[in-house]
Design a protein around this ligand. Structure first.
Ligand code: AMP
Length: 249
């Protein structure tokens, strides 16, 4: 059984992003880039399923510029068996990525595709859902537990106010939430091993997918600056301020 894991190269979550002065987007020149954290969790889960003997192959896929090869090498150091780069300089939107993953799923025939619930750069939270619709497969989003057995997968989902457990028939789509697992640290020997694993490069056109954007970014702005707080001497003053100044009680 094969698992496909889409991994996106994004600005590292520790970087404080800066908006370009013309408001056209975020400055990513000379900024540290990493694998989207939710995709690291997706890959960790796929590799754990392989280590448990239930899965035979894990394939990492990235859509983007040539440097996504580094993201795929990291994925292979975590434990993916091979990588596929779908190379394009276009800033792809979720529907285009979903169409690419659909074309690869038709070719690779995985039983499971595990994606992150969202990419931390565009915060779209759309790709997994769109992919499930394009493939006509069942989907379980925001997974916090995954149990795979006999052609079925049982997924516990984080929903408002609690947990929901659903069962899906394979092939299926899962998107990961933060508490699914804690990804392992990549070790130097595994980084060295990853260099020898196969990495194939294709173009969206090879898969018959048009990645032309459908959205136009009109404006990107920084969040409003927060004003400084004040220290209050006691609870009585705090209550008075909340009532008279903030007017929240
Ligand atoms: P989004 O819908 O953009 O929030 O992304 C959700 C998930 O789709 C991510 O966590 C990835 O697993 C996958 N994904 C989105 N964009 C890409 C990309 N360019 N390359 C690979 N995977 C992607």
């Amino acid at each position: 059984m094969k698992i496909l894991v889409p991994v996106k190269r994004v600005v590292d979550y520790n970087v404080k992003v800066r908006v370009k002065s013309d408001g056209s987007g975020v400055d990513i020149a000379n900024v540290k880039m990493s694998m989207n954290p939710f995709d690291e969790i997706a890959l960790e889960e796929a590799v754990r399923l392989k280590e448990s003997g239930k899965v035979t192959e894990v394939v990492a896929v990235s859509v983007g510029v040539a440097q996504c090869q580094e993201t795929l090498r990291t994925g292979m150091a975590i434990g993916a068996d091979r990588g596929i780069l779908v190379e394009t300089s276009v800033e792809t939107e979720p529907l285009a990525v979903a169409k690419i993953m659909k074309a690869l799923a038709d070719k690779e025939q995985p039983q499971l595709i595990i994606l992150g619930k969202q990419a931390i750069d565009d915060d779209s939270n759309q790709t997994g859902q769109m992919l499930a619709a394009l493939l006509g497969w069942p989907q379980a989003t925001f997974a916090s537990k995954v149990v795979l057995e006999d052609g079925k997968v049982t997924v516990t989902r984080e929903v408002d106010g609690g947990l929901e457990t659903v069962q899906l028939t394979l092939p299926a789509i899962i998107t990961t939430d933060l508490r699914l697992n804690e990804p392992r640290y990549v070790t130097l020997p595994n980084i060295m091993k990853a260099k020898k694993k196969p990495l194939e490069t294709v173009k969206p056109e090879d898969l018959g997918v048009d990645v032309t954007p459908r959205l136009k970014t009109l404006k990107v702005t920084e969040p409003a600056k927060r004003s400084a707080g004040v220290k209050v001497p006691d609870v009585a003053t705090l209550v008075q301020k909340l009532r008279l100044e903030a007017k929240v009680i």
